[in-house]
Design a protein around this ligand. Sequence first.
Ligand code: T46
Length: 138
Amino acid sequence: MSLLDQVKVFEFPKISDPRGNLSFVEGARHIPFSIKRVYYIYDVPGGETRGGHAHKTCSSVLIALSGSLDVRLTDGENEVTITLNRANKGVLTPPGLWRTMHNFTTGTVVLALASHLYEEEDYIRDYDEFLEYVKTLK
Ligand code: T46
């Protein structure tokens, strides 16, 4: 089984009325880990790519609160691309997958809910090192 099978797309509740929409995310109900950290990505210049790394331990759920982007995840052999284009859609990105984020539209704001605090030691930022690392997971 590939780690790509653990990638999950979520549709969070959306409550609409004439005043607009409201969505919510409840820890234990919607997110399969305890949220230790929240960060957000915004003001991404046109044509810019982010990511370009894998995590050893940290899982995250990414949500485009506005705008849209593509999240590409690969296990080194196969890949999947998830387009985040609705504020009530999220993707679970498990550790052990190389991730890149592309095609940000102007004004995109990405919210990330993470299972761990920030630790640079958890990152693999070199693709060849990642390919060696995934061999150890098999
Ligand atoms: C991920 C994707 C989706 C911190 O100091 N604290 C933090 O919580 C984070 C997330 C980052 N940083 C520092 C580390 C770097 O010096 O902020 C700088 C930019 O981080 P990075 O280049 O990793 O940003 P992205 O957008 O490439 O990746 C981020 C997350 O780091 C990563 O975990 O999965 O978003």
